[in-house]
Design a protein around this ligand. Structure first.
Ligand code: HEM
Ligand code: NAG
Ligand code: NAG
Ligand code: NAG
Length: 348
């Protein structure tokens, strides 16, 4: 039965208004969300991550960062995965903080393909990102935790949102604290989550101005001269497309070594070193350096909290069929069932 256009527009407006209210939806994430609708959901994601990890252990770091970069831009809604925008314009994916450094997209695509075969139109890309980050943490750090799920996927991805919301490696302690606070995360959670820099690598461009001034070697404040010299070998010029491990000792092991490197002048980014410069944050750095169990417990909790940022749940958003593109308007999963059957999507 067709619904009148005006009613449809009003309904969509109401749905959108509710969906955009901050906080309302956050309580609705739930551990075991797919237990009935797709019992193998988490196992299928785990298998895709494990297969990729066997070929390239570095992919785990990529997947952890992918979830972070998703959640900080328009909330954890898989907007980071969109390769095109329905409205046109450049996407988050091509923004300098994401391109070319972000990696792991193909792992998410593989997991999504397996999920669509097993339980079509059920598991959101945003939840896949959260599961894949957790599985990467388990593989590299032997940390096991439950991920509350039920996120829905967004339909907007804009380059400037990535540029304006992702913290750059040039941020001061206060700027880092403020940015995380804006995402509902505390200063302690900022320090906890920064420990993810115990895995993975960085392109030289993110720290080159700490070791080179043009062709002249320099040593930025807080950087050890011998470490700077090692980095100059890896990054011989300020245009090098090379990469360096963020934790040179064990780039594929999630341990608390990040916090031990900072006092030795081996925090790779200016922002990493800021955690030492700020006295209050430094207390936390020393605490996590001194107790790995403590850090891992709290890190897992902080990851769960990061995964709640501005999520859409219930009938908000959609379950994307392909993580790289918004569903076509006619797709029956873009809005809740009966609403969609009335052809409302065409009016929006
Ligand atoms: C506190 C503010 C943060 C800043 C300024 C920052 C900055 C950066 C930068 C510049 C890179 C290297 C990018 C490149 O290759 O050029 C990087 C890599 C990475 N970041 Fe962060 N980050 C922050 C917080 C986080 C958080 C909260 C997480 C996850 C919980 C995270 C996880 C990672 C990982 C795992 C990598 C390595 C990625 C890979 O190997 O592919 N970072 N970060
Ligand atoms: C974060 O900053 C944006 C833009 O300034 C603002 O609209 C939003 O309310 C802030 N959110 C929180 C939780 O502080
Ligand atoms: C990098 O090199 C370019 C071109 O030589 C120069 O303009 C720029 O100032 C250099 N950047 C740094 C951080 O040294
Ligand atoms: C380290 O933290 C764990 C977990 O919170 C705690 O049980 C343990 O007592 C701490 N160890 C030390 C030496 O403080």
């Amino acid at each position: 039965m067709a619904m009148q256009g005006r009613t449809g527009i009003a309904l969509i407006a109401a749905l959108c208004a509710v969906c955009l209210l901050p906080g309302l939806a956050t309580a609705q994430l739930r551990v075991g969300f797919y237990q009935k609708s797709c019992p193998n959901a988490e196992a299928l994601v785990r298998q895709a991550v494990a297969a990729a990890f066997t070929k390239d252990a570095g992919i785990a770091a990529g997947l952890i960062r992918l979830h972070f970069h998703d959640c900080f831009v328009r909330g954890c809604d898989a907007s980071v995965l969109l390769a095109t925008n329905p409205g046109g314009g450049r996407t988050e994916r091509v923004a300098p903080p994401n391109n070319p450094s972000l990696r792991g997209f193909e792992v998410i695509d593989a997991a999504k393909a397996a999920l669509e075969r097993s339980c079509p139109r059920t598991v959101s890309c945003a939840d896949i990102l959260a599961f894949a980050a957790r599985d990467s943490i388990t593989l590299t750090g032997n940390v096991v935790y439950s991920v509350p799920a039920g996120r829905r996927d967004g339909s907007i991805s804009r380059e400037e949102d990535a540029n304006n919301n992702l913290p750059p490696p040039t941020f001061t302690a206060q700027q880092l604290i403020d940015r995380f606070k804006n995402k509902t995360l505390t200063a302690e959670e900022m320090v906890l989550l920064s420990g993810a820099h115990t895995v993975g690598r960085s392109f030289c461009s993110s720290f080159v101005d700490r070791i080179w001034n043009g062709n002249t070697p320099i040593v930025d404040a807080g950087l050890s001269p011998s470490y700077a010299a090692q980095l100059r070998v890896l990054c011989p010029s300020n245009t090098s497309q090379a990469t360096a491990p963020i934790d040179p000792g064990s780039p594929n092991v999630l341990d608390n070594n990040y916090y031990k490197l900072l006092p030795r002048g081996m925090g790779l980014f200016f922002s990493d070193n800021q955690l030492r410069v700020d006295g209050n944050l430094n207390v936390l750095v020393n605490r996590f350096a001194g107790n790995e169990t403590l850090w891992k417990e709290r890190f897992a909790t902080a990851m769960v909290n990061m995964g709640r940022i501005q999520v859409q749940t219930g009938n908000c958003g959609q379950v994307r069929l392909n993580c790289n593109v918004v569903n076509p308007m006619s797709s029956s999963v873009s809005l809740a069932g009966s609403v969609e059957d009335d052809g409302l999507a065409a009016t929006s």
